[in-house]
Design a protein around this ligand. Structure first.
Ligand code: NAP
Length: 303
């Protein structure tokens, strides 16, 4: 039986794998797509201590993966179909049909971008609407792009797009950004970034592709149209708990509740990174969560 199954190969999962194998556990690290999770969508990570060059997310993810491999943690690129967590032996079934057992499981499935859920959003996704500026920004080179949201993702997306696009609008529902000061100040100083304050998107408009966003002023209720070639939705994240939400205890926002050892309500089941209920979602906190989870998972299986 595998000692520890780690589900998800983002920073939390890769750090957990590194700590688990260094701690002498046998590990299966399962990642459905590519290592790195959400950071591969980030064009510059300048706040990971010790790496002041500000690598892009792919580069940092590759370093994490290589580091985990050096100690013998080999990621398996395999989707997980189901998890049975409540018994002492945890059962993991892969999309390939293979089932295996583990003594402990660390849930590191991360989070996905939240949709706005408004008219035209589905219709124009990939036809003008994107949830990843780093992936799709180049399509709007020399054109107009609009970012929706006022958090770290929105503002770092706006800064990235400002280098490619003629004009970038940031539509935010308040008149104060949630993003960290360093990003907010940089965006406010960038000439081709214009803030559209106190506004929420009501609908995405167009014919065969996006043409404009209908906006509502949150103070006056007034409706207007903002012409744009691209719209980048950055209104937060949704923890990816679909495999476990009937088994582990969740917070009201859908994230997994843990204690400071990253233990969930189920013995032998841990959660780490963006999927868990945490006050700060950064690469450094995801890595720290992974390290803590692996340490106590090892302790749990040895007791
Ligand atoms: P976030 O911090 O939750 O921000 C979401 C933004 O979208 C907020 O400004 C929010 O407005 C707005 N919003 C939410 N629902 C909306 C709606 N229905 N209509 C219009 N606007 C809406 O999400 P995030 O920016 O994706 O960041 C997620 C986590 O990752 C955070 O912990 C963040 O710090 C971290 N992160 C860090 C970095 C970095 O450090 N460089 C980069 C990316 C992400 P309000 O402000 O009014 O609530």
């Amino acid at each position: 039986m595998t000692d520890i199954a780690i589900i998800g190969g983002g920073p939390a999962g890769l750090a957990a794998a590194l700590y688990a194998v260094r701690g002498g556990a046998s590990v299966r690290l399962l990642e459905e797509l590519f290592a790195g999770g959400q950071i591969v969508k980030t064009h510059c990570i300048e706040n990971y201590p010790g790496i002041s060059t500000g690598p892009d997310g792919y580069a940092l993810a590759a370093m994490f993966e290589e580091h985990a491999r050096q100690f013998g943690a080999e990621p398996e690129y395999s989707g997980v179909a189901s998890l049975s967590l409540t018994d002492e032996k945890k059962e993991i079934t892969l999309i390939s049909g293979e089932t295996f057992e583990a003594k402990a499981v660390i849930l590191c499935m991360g989070a996905s971008p939240r949709a706005l859920g408004i008219s035209g959003e589905r219709e124009f996704t990939s036809k003008g609407i994107s949830y990843c500026a780093t992936c799709d920004g180049a399509f709007y080179r020399g054109r107009t792009a609009t970012v929706i949201g006022g958090g770290d993702t929105a503002i770092s997306d706006a800064l990235y797009l400002s280098k490619l696009c003629k004009q970038v609008y940031v539509v935010h529902r308040r008149d104060e950004l949630r993003a960290s000061a360093v990003l907010a100040n940089a965006a406010k100083k960038t000439e081709n970034i214009t803030f559209v304050w106190n506004s929420t998107p009501e609908a995405f408009l167009g014919e065969d592709k996006l043409r404009a966003i209908q906006l509502k002023n949150t103070k006056t209720g007034e409706l207007s149209e903002l012409e744009t070639d691209g719209a980048f939705v950055a209104v937060g994240i949704v923890p990816r708990t679909e495999l476990v939400r009937d088994q582990v205890a969740l917070a009201p926002d859908g994230s997994i509740l843990t204690n400071e050892r990253m233990e969930t309500n189920i013995k032998g089941v841990f959660a780490a990174g963006d999927i868990r209920n945490t006050p700060l979602r950064q690469v450094v906190t995801a890595c720290a969560d992974g390290a803590v989870a692996a340490t106590y998972a090892i302790e749990a299986i040895r007791i």
